[in-house]
Design a protein around this ligand. Structure first.
Ligand SMILES: Nc1ncnc2c1ncn2[C@@H]1O[C@H](COP(=O)(O)OP(=O)(O)O)[C@@H](O)[C@H]1O
Ligand SMILES: [Mg+2]
Length: 354
């Protein structure tokens, strides 16, 4: 433990952390008291340290099975992220995530894991601290991205999934909240995170695609049609989900958002019905033919097929050039931050930004 810290008002001072009810039944008294302390709205100090080295500073997100904190390595002064999962979560999702990150280590846009182990009643992974998620940036930009921003993201993300697949894994929970921009000098690079639902590709046997399961893996909004239907997922499903994410960015929403239903299962069912009913042409309404071609390709893939990543990248690169865009690393949020900085500087000076 380290000396008390003065931190900026924590997240729970603004929005109450909601811990799923099941957690309470799993947590011991000691951990409950820590969590209660952490949730207390007047609390502005955190006194927790992992492996006597990593100091927890600020909650960044989470809510599924883990919680993510910003932290500091006391030995090196490096800022890090820490993901915590209670030891009674069985099977461990965090262990799966660590295993996958370790196998993907060194790939562009893959966070690096510095340490993992147990601290008290938590499994902990210490990894690269990244910037905002694409969902955060989407909100920041008024919930619409320009074609240019979408094309640059598409280019990077197709390569990310090509790399992940080349290492024999599929992600299975592709969504804007799990895609984060890098920090500092890696600020223009998209990272793929939250690999806890990732899986080793199982496409060697003959009957793999017939492996059925009961419920949807991942997030209904971006799930592939097969993902909804309980069919074992493969590379094609990641690419279909990525397509939905790109459409969400460019259209501002997806046609199956906001469907009324009594239960979650019913809503998932309605989403699947809508995905099945809508044609690719309707889905890509108002967009260049490249988006149609993207979906035609990924929806035509069979279970074991490798997507034509280079073809998909080329589609979007050709469109990028046709539109006359420049590869200048200027995203919608870069421009917006620049404009806001100009407006808030006393004399409209931009010297500090240049
Ligand atoms: N390495 C990181 N650096 C900065 N923020 C992060 C990092 N990892 C996760 N986050 C934030 O925490 C949120 C939840 O993390 P995630 O790994 O997706 O957990 P969950 O399984 O709860 O969705 C992310 O959407 C992001 O906002
Ligand atoms: Mg997540």
């Amino acid at each position: 433990m380290v000396a008390a810290l003065i931190l900026e008002p924590p997240l729970w001072a603004r929005t109450q952390i909601s811990i799923p009810a099941i957690w309470y039944s799993l947590l011991s008294f000691s951990m409950l008291s820590i969590l209660a302390e952490m949730q207390h709205s007047s609390m502005d100090k955190l006194n927790l340290c992992v492996d006597n080295r990593y100091r927890l500073e600020r909650r960044l997100g989470g809510g599924g099975f883990g919680v993510v904190y910003e932290g500091l390595c006391l030995e090196t002064g490096k800022e890090v992220a820490l993901k915590l999962e209670h030891v009674r979560i069985d099977p461990s999702i965090l262990k799966n995530e660590i295993r996958i990150y370790e196998e993907l280590a060194g790939g562009p846009g893959i966070p690096r894991v510095y340490w993992h182990g147990q601290e008290g009643e938590y499994r902990v992974m210490v990894f690269d601290l990244l910037g905002p998620s694409l969902e955060d940036l989407f909100n920041f930009c008024g919930r619409r991205f320009s074609l240019k921003t979408v094309l640059v993201l598409a280019d990077q993300l197709i390569s990310r999934f090509q790399y992940i697949h080349s290492k024999g894994f599929i992600h299975r929970d592709i969504k804007p909240e799990n895609m984060l921009m890098g920090d500092g000098r890696k600020g223009n690079q998209v990272y793929v995170t939250d690999m806890g639902l990732g899986q080793k590709l199982r496409d060697r046997g003959e009957n793999d695609a017939r492996c059925w399961k009961i419920s949807l893996t991942g997030t209904a909004r971006y799930a592939s049609i097969n993902g909804h239907s309980g069919v074992e997922q493969s590379r094609r499903d990641d690419m279909e989900s990525l397509g939905y994410v790109l459409l969400y960015f460019i259209h501002g929403s997806l046609p199956w958002q906001g469907l009324e239903a009594e239960t979650q299962e019913q809503r998932d069912e309605f989403i699947l019905e809508k995905k099945r009913a809508i044609t690719i042409k309707e889905l890509c309404g108002g967009l260049s033919k490249e988006f149609l071609n993207y979906f035609n390709h990924v929806r035509s893939l069979r279970f074991k097929d490798k997507p034509k990543y280079a073809y998909l990248r080329k589609l979007f690169r050709d469109l990028f050039l046709r539109e006359g865009y420049k590869y200048d690393n200027v995203f919608d949020w870069t421009e917006l931050k620049f404009l806001m900085a100009i407006q808030s500087s006393p004399s409209g000076q931009t010297d500090a930004l240049l």
